[in-house]
Design a protein around this ligand. Structure first.
Ligand code: PDD
Length: 283
């Protein structure tokens, strides 16, 4: 898509600019959402708008528009793009402030950016499994707010890449938290486990959808503390996120989980296919 929505205007993506004094640039003082569009429809739109609202109120960033207007802008973005399957990125920063000061100046107006990128839905057979490494979670203790200051996530992801892995499983007090940009699920003996909600990780919309689908197709799913040792005893592990839906895990550290996810009756495969049906469901 060649245009982006920035501060009330549709603009060419190559010439759209934000002030160097924007607090988003200076401090990472901004929040964001990532949404999947399937056949022209935003999957779980209301859940994304609600989470955006929560991020804005937790950080006390002013909402640039009403919920209704934001929803309309998202629909217009899809319409203008002419693309039916995509990922929408929406960011709201606190706004421009000069001179630089941690203290927020009263009355500054938020900056809003919306972009859209084409993204095709992959069939389960096209999905590449991941290899992950466990690392201590040194991020802040408010991982539940979707803020764009992601340097710790970027460091932890790229440390994994540097060591030859795809991503990190983040561990805090012996507990599994999440990956650097996805939530985590483990399956053992036919039951699915995912860490119970806390302030340490993002409450993913995909995670919530997976839990709803488990209920709909009668799979047993439990939200509770998940301990690091359980990783090495799991039958299946997968990561969930809007961009990549459910990615199976083949290896953690030097422990092989293998290719069980490919089996016809694997829980990952059932849920991946169920997720696709959910994406296609009419509103
Ligand atoms: N990331 N945990 C973290 C730290 C994330 O950044 C994300 C999403 C998730 C999964 O959330 P959801 O299911 O709502 O996408 C969990 C987005 C996609 C990103 O930063 O690009």
């Amino acid at each position: 898509m060649d245009i982006v929505f920035l501060n009330g205007k549709w603009q060419d993506k190559n010439s759209a600019v934000v002030s160097v004094f924007d607090r988003g640039f200076m401090f990472g003082d901004s929040v964001y959402e990532v949404m999947a569009v399937h056949k022209g429809r935003i999957h779980e739109k209301q859940a994304h708008l609600s989470r955006l609202q929560r991020s804005l109120s937790s950080t006390k960033i002013k909402s640039p528009y009403s919920r209704k207007k934001l929803s309309l802008l998202l629909e217009q973005t899809i319409e203008k793009s002419g693309i039916s399957n995509s990922i929408i990125y929406l960011q709201v920063s606190r706004g421009v402030q000069f001179p630089r000061d941690h203290k927020i100046e009263l009355g500054i107006e938020p900056t809003i950016l919306i972009t859209l990128t084409e993204k095709k839905f992959l069939d389960w057979s096209q999905i590449e499994p991941l290899s992950l490494i466990t690392q201590a979670d040194f991020r802040w203790a408010r991982g539940d707010i979707k803020v764009s200051s992601l340097i710790a996530n970027v460091m932890l992801r790229n440390e994994a890449v540097r060591k030859g892995y795809d991503d990190s499983i983040l561990i805090r007090n012996e507990r599994v938290i999440e990956a650097t940009s996805a939530n985590i699920f483990l399956a053992k003996g036919g039951t699915i486990y995912t860490p119970k909600k806390s302030r340490f990780f993002l409450h993913g919309i995909t995670r919530q959808t997976v839990l709803r689908l488990c209920e709909e197709i009668d799979l047993q799913a439990v939200e509770r503390d998940v301990f690091k040792d359980e990783i090495f005893e799991a039958d299946e592990i997968w990561l969930s996120s809007t961009g990549n839906i459910l990615r199976p895990v083949r290896k953690v550290n030097d422990h092989s989980i293998g290719d069980k996810y490919l089996l016809k009756n694997s829980l990952w495969r059932k849920l991946y296919q169920q997720y696709h049906q959910d994406l296609c469901k009419a509103v």
